[in-house]
Design a protein around this ligand. Structure first.
Ligand code: PLP
Length: 447
């Protein structure tokens, strides 16, 4: 089909996620046609380095034949199997077992979803079921962190603490509460790590006290806040929050939808601080975007309480496509690739990426460079000394995104003036160097 016709059809019919609908109609869609490794090609031939792995999900990179073969084989043999009626499929059972083997501590029980939002949604349902099962049904209040993102489902959007996901919807989220972010570049308590950790611990304690400790069910954390602008907490922050939750008798949920599967170095970012959450969500890198899939991992304690509480009654939570065999086969192939070279390559490439981005720190537009592994950000400012942010609107970010695109680089440009990086773990030295050069070129043109 001719590109112009596609653009017209898109304008007329396709509703895009998190977009200004009128703005998008005006700009028109950019159609991606093919991809290999860390490179994507637009219809028309323009080639770019994908510095953002699609939507921080194509961790394995594009064109991985082993994944394609696994999916094709599964499509031929058994394209669908429900988990209802006591049924199952080999890849789903094997993937659950492989994940349980690798997940921290006793996160031994895996519930598969279609992505991250419904994984978060499912945690809320499991947690409510758990507290009913153990005779504490009054625990129905949830806490998350400002600048956090936990998906776009009706419930998850409430835990998400980014204004765009609330404004204009008018949905009541009065059972979902927030504490300030650890955002160290712009933190009222300053940049000193210990002060930031203490402030967060104190804020969580105060929030629990305000709500009533007997009412609070769980606290949600991204080990690194992604959509809030790649906000990396000080070392020790995640551990301190985990321990505070244990003390306060509230569940700790680690949302590893972005940070999982090698994004920060290890398979899961919780390993960075040696912590074991009560529940963990994953998606994105689980299948590297080749097929939709997410998962909730439940600790023995949570799973057993739910199972015992329900007895022989069905736990009424399920999706038609839970534990989809094709997605599970893809997940198994991804795990195999991660453990046979990709995690290692990602760690090496991550060091090169961080070093390269730090080499831009003196650029007049760069306020801060931060990140861990293959998850990084450059925060742009108009005045370095005063940390003056870019004007708060989507327009400057869009201009930077467009310039980078023309320079052959896909980078996430947040409306807050932050550039986000999450390249595929398969990125070569040339890919990483290209990301840095093209970023510099883009910044120079933006001056
Ligand atoms: N949780 C986190 C931390 C995420 O970053 C995202 C998506 O970016 C989600 C949940 C939602 O995942 P999905 O977009 O697959 O529904």
């Amino acid at each position: 089909m001719l590109l112009n016709s596609l653009v017209e059809l898109d304008r007329a019919h396709l509703v895009h996620p998190v977009a200004s609908y009128r703005g998008h109609e005006k700009a028109g869609v950019r159609v991606l046609a093919s991809a290999k490794g860390a490179r994507v090609k637009e219809a028309g031939g323009h080639e770019l380095i994908d510095g953002f792995a699609g939507l921080w999900c194509v961790n394995a990179g594009y064109g991985q034949e082993k994944i394609v073969e696994a999916a094709t084989r599964q499509l031929r043999e058994l394209p669908y199997a429900t988990g209802y009626f006591g049924l199952g499929s080999e890849p789903a059972i094997r993937l659950a077992s492989e994940l349980a083997d690798r997940a921290p501590g006793d996160l031994n029980h895996v519930y598969f979803t279609l992505g991250g939002s419904d994984a978060v949604d499912s945690t809320v349902r499991f947690i409510r079921y758990y507290f009913h099962a153990i005779g504490k049904p009054e625990k129905d209040q949830f806490i998350s962190v400002m600048n956090g993102y936990h998906g776009s489902s009706t419930v998850g959007a409430g835990l998400t603490a980014l204004p765009a996901f609330h404004a204009g919807f008018g949905l009541p989220f009065d059972w979902q509460h927030k504490i300030p972010s650890h955002y160290s570049y712009r933190n009222p308590v300053g940049t000193e790590p210990q002060a930031i950790i203490e402030a967060s611990v104190a804020a969580l304690r105060a929030k629990v006290e305000e709500i009533g400790p007997e009412r609070v069910a769980a606290f949600y954390v991204e080990p690194i806040q992604g959509s809030g602008g790649v906000l990396v907490p000080p070392d020790g922050w995640v551990k301190a929050m985990r321990e505070t939750c244990r003390e306060l008798d509230i569940l700790f949920v680690a949302d590893e939808v972005i940070t999982g599967f090698g994004r920060t170095g290890p398979l899961f970012a919780c390993e960075d601080e040696g912590i074991v959450p009560d529940l963990m969500t994953v998606a994105k890198g689980l299948t590297s975007g080749y097929c939709p899939m997410g998962a909730v991992l439940l600790s023995d304690r949570i799973y057993d309480a739910i199972a015992d509480g329900a007895g022989l009654t069905a736990v009424g939570h399920g999706y038609t496509y839970s534990a989809h065999p094709v997605s599970a086969a893809v997940g198994l192939a991804c795990l195999d690739l991660y453990e046979n070279g990709l995690l290692e390559n990602g760690r090496r490439a991550g060091e090169r990426l961080m070093a390269g981005l730090h080499s831009l720190a003196d650029h007049p537009l760069v306020g801060e460079v931060r990140g861990r592994g293959m998850l990084a950000a450059v925060e742009l400012v108009t005045d370095k000394a005063k940390k003056t942010p870019l004007p708060a609107s989507a327009e400057p970010a869009k201009r930077v995104f467009d310039r980078a695109w023309d320079n052959g680089l896909v980078v996430r440009a947040f409306p807050t003036g932050v550039l986000g990086y999450a390249p595929p773990l398969c990125a070569t030295d040339a890919d990483i160097d290209g990301i840095i050069e093209r970023t510099k070129m883009t910044l120079d043109q933006t001056l």
